[in-house]
Design a protein around this ligand. Structure first.
Ligand SMILES: [Zn+2]
Length: 229
């Protein structure tokens, strides 16, 4: 029996390193599926492009799920329906709470878990869904916190009769440790997209860019992507 493996890609560093880590533990890319979610965030087209490039690099299957209309009534500065600008500054600043999309992580994880449970066959009796959520998300994104994800993992396990398991390898790691892990795996950081804006060149000023730049600097290496600032 093989285990069906899946990774939710955001195009960013965390989920890319999660995929790299999964493939070191389970070097069978033909059995790994990556998922990208199409939803109306300002940076979605760019994160989708990055996600597909990452999937191509690792030679794993790439599946896009279109949730455009699901988020039509949601309110967040991250969404195209909002005229609020993407806040600049540190990720843990109060203003970054404007970028919360309520339950986004839960919604993505449960939908993909449902797809995995539907697709299990006699060869694949169990599926694992890897998520790149990490300790740096905890301050502003309640659905990325450890306690919330313990409940989520248990709920998905119970609701699928223990066929689908959530794997959150970075839940207690910060971005600095994730970048360090990626460097040790020679992960392709140049393919990732972290910035929350819709500018093809990363802004270097939003909370997401700031956290990423700090992580590379602390690790003593240059971030290989281009920045406006
Ligand atoms: Zn940015």
């Amino acid at each position: 029996m093989s285990i069906k493996q899946a990774v939710l890609l955001s195009g960013g560093v965390d989920s890319m390193v999660a995929l790299a880590k999964l493939l070191t533990l389970y070097p069978e890319p033909q059995h790994v599926t990556t998922f990208s979610i199409k939803y109306p965030s300002k940076h979605n087209a760019l994160e989708r492009e990055a996600s597909e490039n990452i999937a191509t690099y690792f030679r794993v299957k790439f599946v896009e799920i279109d949730l455009t209309h699901v988020f039509a009534s949601f309110k967040s500065a991250l969404l195209t329906s909002s005229s609020k600008p993407i806040p600049e500054g540190h990720y843990e600043a109060e203003s970054m709470k404007d970028t919360v999309v309520p339950l986004r992580n839960f919604i993505f994880a449960t939908i993909i878990s449902g797809i995995l449970a539907s697709q299990l066959n006699n060869d694949d009796k169990i599926a694992q869904l890897w998520l790149g959520i990490h300790a740096g998300d905890h301050a502003i994104y309640p659905d990325c916190r450890q306690e919330a994800n313990s409940f989520l993992a248990r709920a998905i396990g119970e609701a699928t009769e223990n066929k689908v398991f959530l794997v959150t390898p970075f839940i207690n790691m910060d971005k600095i440790e994730i970048v360090r892990t990626g460097l040790s795996l020679a992960a392709p950081f140049k393919l990732t997209r972290t910035c929350y804006t819709d500018d093809p060149i990363a802004c270097g000023k939003c909370g997401s860019c700031t956290e990423r730049l700090e992580a590379f600097k602390t690790n003593g290496v240059l971030d290989p992507i281009a920045y406006r600032v």
